[in-house]
Design a protein around this ligand. Structure first.
Ligand SMILES: [Zn+2]
Length: 557
């Protein structure tokens, strides 16, 4: 008793410098190691200085403290998006934006509008169309020709693995019936071998390389649009999933102008055509572009494509393409050598792997790189991880590999029903996005949106993770009920788990004293919201370093 008394006296004798900001009367889900709850958070100089009861928080109140009474609303750590494309997605928003259009008619109408605003020889550029709006995922040039006039057109699918091009664009690229499919790519053709207007994977570059690249100004404008949407959804940190030098310049421009309103961890894109010598170049980029808000500490490798386009690397052949099981982008040897070199240079290795074979070979490469990784505290991660055999699922935890899932994909939508299931033996359906298996195995699971491939709203992904149903409010088919996770697990994956994947878990990802004040304030306590409405929960305020980067406008203005 005596000791306690002395301690209280000692604390009381050192008055706290008052907080800049006091959020109180809230339901604070701290995401600390024991998942404790609190009522108030005090912030000073961008850091959290107090987490506790509303009563104790009063000690932090001074004459200049901004006090926000939250009347039971929820505070969470800001969401961390572990795999997202803010620059390319933002450029799409600033160009011909085909995202979220439900039918081929609406897509075509939008392209007509875009084209009408351009000069007669200007490229129609943009993207975001959903593959399933076109039968068989096949977008045709004739349709595009009819609305683009004389202009060449190059439009990418939402998943980024296909391009829809018109006749003029094919001519510009010199692509015709005599053009061979490039390695790791496919020109979709009619029965006469003539290109029909869809290019897959590396074949996209046949035309794409003729498209004028976005200017620095367009990239910056795109990034600002993207950050606006991310902050509005409660996101405070992003892992840029494939950064080039140009993208790093865009982040630097944004930071210089004071508009970089999220923390950025960048995964530097690797080039499959080059060998491990490129690692030195990446290391130079890491040094050149590291700043207060930008950490280019990861490297991205594409191990394969996507199941929908039959470009993912599978253990067994696709059911609808007898004998064909896709090919990894890199041979086992090349992948292993590159991963080992990246680990030796201290990079967090971030691999896109979708097919079960790509996942397996990536785990093999990461296992082989353990000597290089030893003692370096690297964050190896497999992004998307769509099809995982159980024996490989068990290896994530053992090897310390993070499963970087996109939860919004884990339900029976048309990508799944029309383009994925038909390619897989029925028994394999149980191994699609096995989130619960991974979480319960003790592996670190991180969530990300892969925007602009799909919606960037974390709460929509969280809703799907806890229901495995469509993000609509109506009940629908539950895909693999055994892989449903619970709300604390889903929230952890989008906060502290993703922070860990970025190497930020000591600075952000939970509401704890000493961490940066990166917070999201929600209109409702998610634990009191029906699961099928989670995705619709409003974000009232988003803070980065204690500064509001988004605030919901007051009602009835
Ligand atoms: Zn991606």
């Amino acid at each position: 008793m005596l000791r306690t008394g002395l301690l209280v006296l000692a604390v009381a004798a050192t008055p706290n410098p008052p907080a800049d900001l006091l959020l109180t009367g809230a339901a604070v889900y701290t995401m600390d190691p024991v998942r404790s709850w609190a009522e108030a958070v005090a912030v000073r100089e961008g850091r959290i200085v107090f987490v506790g009861t509303a009563k104790d928080a009063q000690a932090w109140r001074g004459p200049r403290t901004r006090v926000v009474e939250l009347a039971g609303r929820m505070i969470l750590p800001g969401f961390h998006d572990a795999h997202v494309h803010p620059v390319s997605g933002g450029v799409e928003l600033a160009q011909c934006d085909l995202n979220n259009l439900p039918t081929s008619e609406t897509v075509v109408a939008k392209v007509r509008d875009c084209a009408a605003r351009l000069g007669p020889d200007q490229w129609v550029v943009g993207g975001g169309y959903a593959l399933p709006v076109f039968a068989g995922g096949l977008a045709l040039k004739d349709v595009l020709d009819s609305v683009t006039g004389s202009r060449p057109a190059y439009l990418t699918s939402a998943d980024g693995h296909s391009a829809w091009v018109n006749s003029r664009a094919l001519a510009n690229g010199g692509v015709d019936a005599s053009t061979k499919d490039p390695e790791k790519g496919r020109i979709e053709r009619n029965e006469n071998g003539e290109p029909v207007g869809t290019l897959r994977e590396s074949a996209m570059r046949l035309v794409g390389r003729h498209v004028p690249p976005p200017t620095a100004a367009l990239r910056l404008e795109g990034l600002r649009l993207a950050l606006g949407q991310l902050n509005r959804a409660g996101v405070t940190a992003v892992q840029e999933a494939s950064a080039s030098r140009a993208y790093l310049e865009t982040y630097r421009d944004a930071e210089k102008q004071g508009v970089l309103t999220a923390r950025v961890t960048a995964a530097l894109g690797t080039d499959e055509a080059r060998g491990p010598e490129q690692v030195d170049d990446l290391a130079r980029l890491r040094t050149e572009f590291a700043s207060a808000r930008v950490r280019p500490v990861a490297a991205k490798i594409f191990a394969d494509g996507v199941i929908e386009g039959r470009t993912a690397a599978m253990i067994e052949p696709y059911l609808d393409r007898p004998g064909f099981r896709g090919e990894p982008n890199l041979s086992r040897d090349k992948l292993t050598t590159l991963v080992r070199r990246l680990a030796a240079a201290g990079f967090n290795v971030h691999v896109h792997a979708i097919g079960d074979r790509a996942v397996r070979e990536t785990l093999d490469a990461m296992e082989a790189a353990r000597p290089e990784a030893a003692g370096r505290d690297l964050r190896f991660q497999i992004a998307h991880a769509q099809l995982i055999r159980p024996e490989d699922g068990a290896r994530f935890r053992r090897l310390g590999v993070i499963a970087n899932f996109q939860p919004l994909w884990a339900y029976a939508d048309s990508y799944m029903k029309d383009l994925t299931w038909p390619a897989l033996r029925r028994e394999l359906w149980a191994y699609l996005y096995p989130m619960r298996s991974l979480v319960r195995s003790g592996a670190v699971v991180a969530f990300g949106s892969d925007w602009s491939v799909s919606s960037l709203v974390p709460l929509e992904g969280i809703q799907v993770a806890v229901t495995r149903q469509s993000p609509d409010e109506e009940p629908s088919e539950v895909m693999q009920p055994d892989e449903v996770i619970d709300l604390p697990e889903a929230l952890a994956a989008y906060t502290i788990g993703a922070a860990y994947a970025m190497g930020l878990e000591k600075q952000t990802g939970s509401v704890e004293v000493g961490k940066r004040a990166d917070l999201a304030v929600l209109a409702e306590n998610l634990f009191e919201v029906p699961a099928r409405r989670l995705g619709k929960t409003r974000v009232l305020m988003t803070l980065v370093d204690g500064e509001p980067v988004y605030q919901e406008p007051p009602p009835n203005k």
